[in-house]
Ligand binder design. Structure first.
Ligand code: ADP
Ligand code: GLC
Length: 478
């Protein structure tokens, strides 16, 4: 039996700001339970829904020194769908309205979390063989493991894995501050360790000290070795390329299932979608005040509204696109400039464009099930889960060929009758527009072909089955 502890800043169903939560909360369910005991530890945020806070049981508590202060560390636990979750409780750090906010404060918050998670382990009756860390928030874990925890018998042989969900966020501040917060000595702040362009960098620490590194698609694993995608760490990614694995994400096929989904108006499957999917579209048009029209090509977007996701391309050609026979439904929150851009287009194009600037699981499922196509023209995309959800619901993805989008959406080939979506290569607004228009033509003029694309999309298998096996293989190398 191998014991693995996921250390993460978010996990469904407890707390979610993006795809990291989907992965950290659902992947642990899909390991071979006979061979791998995979558990998860995360902060107990005050902003978690009450129903989840009510599930937690007190386990123990202790005190910890961090950033020249002594802090309370509560440990709580619960089991959810067969997986054990531990929570670190501390109201000084985790009482914000959202998990993340001010960068400097977040660095201290997650330095505390990383140290607390390690310190809690000997009190859990669960000794991990591997700690599996996710993103910059847990970058100090592999460092601490090598630095201060390796002396005790308990920690000596524990291996660490660092998974990159997004290389853009690294947890960077000036060296003095990071030194003070982390308690790490001068020794660690050189360019071969935590120093990065004269600053202290938490993710870099994790990437230097982890035994293995993974990221969430094969293409992104290649891309991050280049200048453009490497976010300043491409040299390090090249240097560690022997230990770098690209393992594509899956999604939870029980949660995202058009045949059983309770958020959607009409359930359907691979056989019934031709007749039933349209009922979701009708209901969504009514709910959002769009023109009631079965035939019109409806494009969905569900996303954090940041420049990563390619909204600059959309802004550039939105007027042209809205001259076509299309409807556009957006659900997202994020940067004010994109929120306002979509509000503006919703105002300008009335019943053709619906801008829903909020966060809602329920509405996201309605969009995945109702639209004909799903647009995701990302500038970069480590994996992307939204396109996988769209495929699962027979909503044809239109994507840029980068990262996980390239690895999961097979472009339509009309000559061979292949493909599950549409894609374009360059970060160019008119290349995107002509790809959308190509999709429109197939949708309007060759409906049988379109339905075959939907059929293939729904057949594509991005459940966790295959990827969980790859993680098992990785665990076995350690
Ligand atoms: P990222 O992690 O970069 O945000 P992913 O595609 O990997 O992108 O994951 C995004 C996840 O967040 C998906 O589950 C998507 O449905 C969800 N999501 C994003 N924005 C919203 C929103 N406004 N309301 C509901 N769910 C959202
Ligand atoms: C990040 C990436 C996204 C990925 C998700 C889960 O948020 O932006 O592409 O799917 O993590 O790994």
């Amino acid at each position: 039996m191998k014991n693995v502890l996921f250390i993460t800043s978010e996990a469904v169903p407890f707390i979610k700001t993006g795809g990291l939560a989907d992965v950290a909360g659902s992947l642990p369910k899909y390991f071979d339970k006979e061979k791998y005991d995979v558990r998860v530890i995360l902060p107990k945020y005050m902003c978690m829904k009450q129903e989840y806070k009510d599930m937690l049981r007190y386990r123990t508590h202790f005190y910890l020194d961090i950033a020249w202060k002594t802090q309370y560390v509560g440990v709580l636990e619960t089991e959810y769908e067969g997986v054990k979750f531990y929570f670190i409780d501390n109201e000084y750090y985790f009482s914000g309205q959202a998990p993340y906010g001010d960068t400097k404060w977040d660095i201290e918050k997650f330095a505390f979390f990383s140290k607390a998670a390690l310190s809690a382990m000997p009190l859990l009756d669960f000794r991990p063989d591997i700690v599996h860390c996710h993103d910059w928030q847990t970058g100090l874990v592999p460092v601490y493991l090598k630095e201060r925890f390796h002396e005790g018998e308990f920690f000596r042989d524990i291996k660490s894995i660092m998974t990159i969900h997004n290389l853009k966020f690294q947890g960077v501040w000036d060296i003095d501050t990071v030194k003070n917060i982390s308690g790490l000595s001068e020794y660690f702040f050189t360019p071969d360790k935590l120093e990065s362009y004269k600053d202290g960098n938490l993710l870099k620490g994790g990437l230097v000290y982890a035994d293995k590194i993974t990221t969430v698609s094969e293409t992104y694993a290649q891309e991050i070795k280049t200048d453009f995608y490497g976010e300043g760490l491409n040299g390090l990614m090249c240097a560690r390329s022997n230990d770098l694995w690209g393992i594509v994400n899956g999604i939870d096929y029980n949660v995202y299932n058009p045949a059983t989904d309770r958020y959607i108006v009409k359930n359907y499957n691979q056989i019934t979608f031709r007749k039933e999917k349209i009922k979701n579209k009708r209901a969504l048009q009514a709910e959002l005040g769009l023109e009631q029209n079965d035939k019109v090509f409806m494009i969905g977007i569900v996303s954090r509204l940041t420049d990563q996701k390619g909204f600059d391309l959309i802004q550039c050609v939105m007027d042209e696109l809205c001259n076509d026979a299309v409807q556009i439904v957006v659900l997202g929150t994020g940067e004010a400039r994109y929120e306002n851009m979509f509000r503006h287009f919703a105002w300008k194009y009335g019943n053709k464009v619906s801008a829903n600037i909020y966060y809602s699981e329920e509405m996201s499922h309605k969009i995945y099930s109702s639209c004909d196509a799903f647009l995701m023209p990302s500038l970069f995309e480590p994996c992307g889960l939204s396109q996988l959800m769209s495929l699962r619901y027979g909503t044809v993805p239109i994507v840029r060929e980068t990262g996980g989008l390239k690895d999961t959406v097979e472009p339509y080939n009309e000559y061979e009758s292949k493909g599950t979506g549409f894609s374009f290569a360059n970060y160019n607004a008119h290349e995107m527009l002509s790809t959308i228009r190509y999709a429109e033509r197939i949708y309007y003029d060759r409906k049988r072909e379109w339905n075959k694309i939907v059929d293939r999309a729904m057949k594509a298998d991005f459940s966790w089955k295959t990827s969980a096996k790859k993680y098992e293989e990785l665990y076995d190398t350690l």
